[in-house]
Write a protein that binds this ligand. Structure first.
Ligand code: 5AD
Ligand code: SF4
Length: 445
């Protein structure tokens, strides 16, 4: 950043999912291609961009808080440019300008390419929005700028053609479209050449991947990526349970470097609620998929997303969600209480009738149960030796490193001579419901 004028420096705050993190890397590349320089911290930047998530109300509240603070900064600092990108502007559109006076420009998930131009136009005066959805935009040819040198996200498809009743994603990210196979493979080759040790293929619905050039599906893509990067761990997210095929499960099982970990959002343990949510499967069908996966990959670790208090949820539906958690014993779960999103099918046609206190009580019961399950699964690992990819220094101490097992469990261990990026063996000596702790050992005994 040495020597760069403040007006040509930018800083991005990223909210939300891994896709948003990957998108911030794309936006960074687009800025840099126009000569802008990434600032190390927000205060050094003349352009501040919030890359946002609209999936739940509280994600929107956090962004609101940032915009209020930036409004204060703008009063003191003439010339500061504030933009909001991603799902919130696509969802709330021009209304954002009147709600939050700090904003100079808005860009949706399909218009990141216009951002440098928007900045130039804002400098000439006015406020601008670029919010068209474009079901052809895959950002092919833009090489995202990545934070670390160990793990890389590779978006392979964007958008979602499902219509889950609670979800804004189909509105904010539009129709599904896939990155051509040749372009994914080119990116993977570059990552291998740069020494990346972990590649995560991303999409709202990765199982819908479809390559228009050769007709390859997601199993074929996953298999090809794992062969192109045989020394890297390969992960992917997110899969819709209804689209998990036996060929995909077999592809995971047959390739040693595809991690035996699956994130399979269930949303509710009650078929009645799944029907109201328009998930396209019953809980029995979900359990059949789990049985299939476990029969082919016995050591698989499973994680999920679950929503408490969706419209019309009765106590017995909630009990069914608790029973599901006990039956499946997920390694971990993202747990939310339902927040109504205007414009979605649920907001238009169903009553948000579970009182907030009940939603929160049910969510707490779900969290408590899942924590017990995670904790007991993690304690079972004590005494075993696991393979860990070291990612970074641990949050608490530079003497310890943080890494992950192939099953996506977080492990904190004494650093000794190791560096982020090392693949090593760790003997597990302790566990909580979220983390394993241990010491590295020379090799698997
Ligand atoms: N309220 C609560 N949780 C939601 N999710 C999506 N929409 C909502 C909503 N309106 C959750 C789902 C999804 C995850 C990304 O966010 O569990 O899988
Ligand atoms: Fe939303 Fe359902 Fe699409 Fe997931 S699959 S992004 S929950 S609509």
């Amino acid at each position: 950043m040495m020597g760069a004028e403040k007006g040509s420096t930018f800083f991005i705050h990223t909210f939300g999912c891994q896709m948003n993190q990957a998108d911030s890397g794309i936006i960074t590349a687009l800025f840099q291609a126009e000569g802008y320089v990434q600032a190390e911290k927000e205060l050094d930047a003349g352009i501040v961009l919030l890359n946002t998530c609209a999936v739940r109300e509280n994600a929107v509240d956090r962004v609101e808080h940032f915009l209020q603070r930036l409004q204060g900064r703008k009063k003191r600092e003439k010339g500061l440019i504030v933009g909001v990108a991603g799902c919130i502007p696509q969802y709330k559109r021009e209304e954002m300008f009147s709600l939050y006076p700090a904003i100079d420009f808005l860009a949706g998930p399909d218009t990141y390419r216009t951002i440098p131009l928007l900045v130039e136009q804002v400098r000439r005066g006015g406020k601008l929005a670029s919010l068209e959805l474009n079901s052809k935009e895959t950002y092919e040819g833009v090489e995202p700028v990545r934070d670390g040198v160990t793990s890389a996200f590779v978006p392979v498809m964007r958008g979602c053609n499902n219509r889950c009743a609670y979800c804004v994603v189909p509105f904010t990210r539009g129709r599904e479209r896939s990155q051509p196979f040749s372009s994914v493979m080119l990116e993977v080759q570059k990552l291998v050449a740069s020494g990346y040790r972990e590649i995560t293929l991303l999409g709202q619905n990765v199982n819908s991947y479809w390559d228009v050039e050769h007709g390859y599906d997601f199993s074929a893509l996953l298999d090809a990526v794992s062969r192109e990067a045989p020394k890297a761990r390969i992960r992917f997210t997110t899969s819709h349970p209804k689209d998990i095929s036996e060929s995909l499960v077999r592809a995971i099982a047959s390739r040693p470097n595809i991690c035996n970990a699956l994130h399979l959002p269930v949303q509710s343990g009650s078929s009645r609620m799944l029907g109201r949510m328009h998930r396209g499967h019953t809980i029995e069908e979900y359990m059949e998929k789990i049985a299939l996966i476990r029969s082919i990959i016995p050591d698989v670790t499973l994680s999920t997303d679950i929503i408490a208090g969706f419209c019309g949820e009765q106590e017995e539906d909630h009990q069914a969600s608790l029973a599901l958690l006990s039956n499946v014993r997920f390694d971990s779960a993202y747990m939310f209480f339902y927040s109504t999103r205007p414009g979605t099918l649920a907001a238009e046609t169903l009553e948000d009738d579970v009182p907030e206190a009940v939603k929160k009580r049910r969510l707490q019961e779900i969290i408590d149960l899942q924590n017990q399950i995670s904790s007991s699964l993690f304690h079972e690992a004590i005494g075993t030796v696991v393979e860990v990819l070291a990612e970074s220094e641990s949050r608490r101490s530079t003497e310890r490193l943080m890494g992950r097992t192939a099953g996506n469990r977080t492990v904190v261990f004494d650093r000794e001579h190791h560096q982020p990026g090392d693949l090593l063996h760790v003997r597990i000596t302790g566990a909580t419901s979220a983390t394993l702790t241990g010491q590295s050992v020379p090799q698997v005994p």
